[in-house]
Design a protein around this ligand. Structure first.
Ligand code: HQG
Length: 181
């Protein structure tokens, strides 16, 4: 994507995950908003985004941050505002991965992974994706999460439309350092 498209994508992520009222928009309980309503609200707040630009962002290869259903759009994951994505609980694979950085490690190993500002802890299906997530903050440190065992212990897991796994928290006993070969 061009830098303009990346900036617009970031803006849409911010609105649809964290702050729809920044442009006077309202999401439904599941995080959806009509595409026309979103574009009109953005334009009304000085961000002139047309449908073609939106489609290019939604269809760009990579993270697939946005979901379209009919004439509505939402962020696939990453919310801090309370939304019920309506995802069915699923059996996770044996291991999932979390990318972080060294400075958080001691706390994570002591108190577990917490969702922080977001509604869920975000986990990746493979170490390479987790490395990219961690690399947003510095040199990545990858954690392997014993997801199937944690699920067996009674905790629910969900998979967002773009393949990101979501769960409420991960206590330290299920976390191991993943050493890349
Ligand atoms: C860390 C991006 C201290 C955690 C990504 C992370 C993902 C703790 C940071 C999605 C902690 C939270 C989510 C604890 C967790 N003590 N630090 N107990 N528990 N942390 O951004 O997982 O590009 O809220 O390791 O790709 O980094 O925006 O979560 O470093 O899918 O589409 O606290 O966001 O997607 O950071 O990223 P975040 P995340 P997008």
């Amino acid at each position: 994507m061009t830098s303009d498209l990346i900036a617009t994508s970031r803006f849409l992520s911010y609105v649809l995950r964290h702050n729809p009222s920044a442009i006077g928009a309202t999401l439904d309980d599941s995080g959806w908003i009509s595409i026309d309503g979103l574009l009109a609200a953005a334009t009304g707040h000085g961000r002139d985004i047309n449908r073609e630009t939106l489609d290019r962002i939604v269809n760009a290869t990579g993270k697939r941050r946005f979901e379209i259903r009919g004439e509505q759009i939402r962020a696939a994951q990453g919310h801090s505002i309370p939304v019920d994505l309506g995802l069915d609980p699923r059996q996770p694979p044996a291991l999932l991965y979390h990318g972080t950085v060294q400075r958080f490690l001691q706390r994570i190993l002591a108190e577990g992974l917490k969702p922080g500002e977001r509604t869920h802890v975000h986990l990746s299906a493979d170490p390479a994706t987790a490395a990219a997530v961690g690399a947003r903050r510095g040199r990545p440190v990858i954690l392997a999460i014993q997801a199937a065992a944690l699920h067996r212990s009674g905790q629910q897991f969900y998979r967002a439309a773009n393949g990101v796994w979501l769960t409420s928290h991960v206590s330290p006993e299920w976390i191991r350092l993943h050493i890349q070969d």
